[in-house]
Design a protein around this ligand. Structure first.
Ligand SMILES: C[S@@+](CC[C@H](N)C(=O)[O-])C[C@H]1O[C@@H](n2cnc3c(N)ncnc32)[C@H](O)[C@@H]1O
Length: 208
């Protein structure tokens, strides 16, 4: 099969990427796992996380980290959501669907059974077009959907972490987040490629 120039470049980048090699060695499904490991280590939001919703979870790297790092007593409730199916992870409930769809919200509520959520994570990413402004706007809309979900489901004091492709129109969203959380920070973990406009908004201490 003939490869395009961009798929050749992707394969070369994967082969030379230390986080890809580390993920293969340590059994993570993707290099993204190291982003969550670093964010959680530096910001501490998984230390008392018993109920966690992982939005944009496929292929499951972040959910693997959750299954390892969340306290085991009492048994955590970990819910992974993505329109793409992925192989099961022990201790994680996987739901197939987009977060904006009502059927997905109902499926999550059926699993939660009224329990409040300690941490909402969103590593959701739009299908990128290669046009930074369009990718940015789609990314903001995914963060807004995740933020709506977080505001409806977080326990008081809970945390919300969301991937965003920076681009300039996020300021009103961030202003709203600052009103609802004690702290909101922009964090770029080492595993996030330097050439990417991706950052993580780490919002801690939900005011309810
Ligand atoms: C970068 S990947 C996530 C990687 C994941 N955190 C991991 O560690 O394996 C982004 C994911 O966001 C998902 N996604 C995009 N739009 C979504 C939406 N509206 N609702 C839920 N998931 C979405 C995509 O299907 C894709 O699997």
């Amino acid at each position: 099969m003939k490869r395009t120039a961009s798929s050749r470049a992707w394969l070369q980048r994967q082969a030379s990427d230390c986080f890809v090699r580390q993920a293969q060695k340590e059994g993570y499904r993707c290099r993204a796992a190291y982003k969550l490991l670093e964010l959680a280590q530096n910001c501490g939001f998984l230390r008392e996380a018993h109920v966690v919703v992982d939005l944009g979870a496929a292929p499951g790297g972040w959910s693997q980290v959750l299954a390892q790092q969340c306290p085991r007593v009492p048994a955590p409730l970990l819910i992974a959501v993505d329109p793409l199916p992925f192989p099961p992870i022990a201790g994680v409930v996987s739901l197939c669907g987009k977060i904006e769809e009502e059927s997905t919200a109902l499926a999550i509520d059926a699993v939660l059974q009224g329990r409040k959520v300690d941490v909402v994570l969103s590593d959701m990413a739009p299908n990128t077009m290669g046009r930074a402004s369009v990718d940015h706007l789609r990314s903001v809309s995914l963060v807004e959907a995740a933020y709506d979900f977080a505001c409806q489901h977080l326990a008081s004091g809970g945390h919300f972490v969301a991937k965003l492709f920076l681009g300039g129109t996020e300021s009103s969203l961030v202003t709203s987040m600052k009103q609802h959380f004690r702290t909101v920070r922009y964090v770029k973990p080492q595993a996030s490629r330097s050439e990417s406009r991706e950052i993580y908004l780490v919002s801690q201490g939900f005011r309810g």
